[in-house]
Write a protein that binds this ligand. Sequence first.
Ligand code: G6Q
Length: 557
Amino acid sequence: MTRFNQTKAYRNLQEHCKKTDSIHMKDLFSEDPTRFQKFQLSFDDLLFDFSKNRIDETTLSLLMDLAEETGLKDRIEAMFSGQRINRTEDRAVLHTALRNRSGTPVYLQSETDSSVHTDVMPDVLKVLHQMRDFTKQIHSGIRRGYTGKKLTNVVNIGIGGSDLGPKMVTAALKPFARSKMRAYFVSNVDPTDITETLSQLDPESTLIIIASKTFTTQETMMNAGTAKQWLLGAFGNEEASIAKHFIAVSTNRQAVQDFGIDPESSMFGFWDWVGGRYSLWSAIGMPIALNLGMVHFEDLLQGAHDVDCHFRETPFRENIPVVMALLGIWYHNFLGAQSHAILPYDQYLLHLSSYLQQADMESNGKSVDGDGNTLNYDSGPIIWGQPGTNGQHAFYQLIHQGTRLIPCDFLAPALPQNPSGNHHQTLIGNFLAQTEALMKGKTTEEVAEELKNEEMDSTQRKLLIASKTFEGNRPTNSFLYKELNPRTLGRLIAFYEHKIFVQGSIWGVNSYDQMGVELGKQMAKTINRELASGKEAHAHDSSTNGLIEHYRSFHPA
Ligand code: G6Q
């Protein structure tokens, strides 16, 4: 593979960037009345409008060259065909198999012999069947709590990839939830999280899911232990109550058994080829299945599968995740953007930006390439955002008039889940107004004209004209779809997953390991042992030693 910044396309894009530097999007729109038609793609009822970007056909075509030259097509095939593309961990990346609805096999390359491949689908379908069976038992009341009450509260204890996906999806699809089921999520080791959650719940009607791929994550295991004590406390320390109220989702059968959960009846497995942040499609999606029902969970899978087919088969110019990724590369590597905002105009998507923050930043927040060379170009951007219209009254100021370039994604459903007067139309009106204002801006002449009849001295006039001028030319993508339902949500998530893949592939990084998470996990263990030992801290830098001592001063031995 040719390194990203040594390609011909990269050099051409640099040249092109210099030439297009002074071009304003509003001129591109006025010069070409068909611009919207040219720079949009649709996917059933979803419209992806990328016309409000600082691009022309040449930009796109050079970006497509970049994708070709860095071998994107082969990389896509390598992922879908189960090659061990996560080279640092020697693992395949096959979350696409979890939502494979085609009835065809998906092969995984063997660890020891690259010419040997096994079909993962029988195992995938077996776990899906197990989930279907289990959710049916819970919903019908065949499986009940220790005292015979129906289990209607589901608490998911997990963190990172074992938390953010199910949490985002259950919030996003609340209108599709079963009326009697409630989902709760505990992730933080801060005792406030589990204390506040459990204090609202009746143990007799509560099912606890311990979701951990490794079943060793400190926060999750500590919260699981606290939940176990809470439950035993409610049932007179009867160990038999554990089996009725706990299930596990993990790849670590032994640890699940050691915790007291029967792996045969109450453990749902997944595999090392499912990365944590790509795992909501596996049994990690159990809270989704329990909260919404299996039919909706499978619609979510179907939505993602639709996009998998689109991504694998569609030429790059019409391929939504590829275009999303290349636009990002244009801004991050050629126009100096450092971050990317996710702005859903849908309150149900309130956790989308934090979900994508992990998906993107943990995947592409890397500074070495797949061969261990230090990158001499930028990789993954900072992902952030929150739902509109709230953000408009907070941070949009910086997007409009700050010194930084921040490409934004706007997402909205055409139909509301909760029709109420003019609320939804007003919401959409704001979305459209923002993307238009960001693109057009407001010229000094326009501001001067507006102020011409107002009395003020020339210093004040100069100040106001400068302050009220908007440069515009701020790029946005718009995703407008009929409604937010499980299938549409599955599609949206998969668009972003593949966008991340494409960017990682072009930058040449391994998007599927997370050494930064591992380091934090190890160091916390060491410091916790020291905090518990009561001995004076001197093994660290003076700042860490000092902070340890200050903390200890509030906890005398
Ligand atoms: C995700 C990361 C990380 C992981 C958590 C939880 O891709 O690997 O966020 O999901 O650290 O790990 P466990 O599921 O093993 O508890």
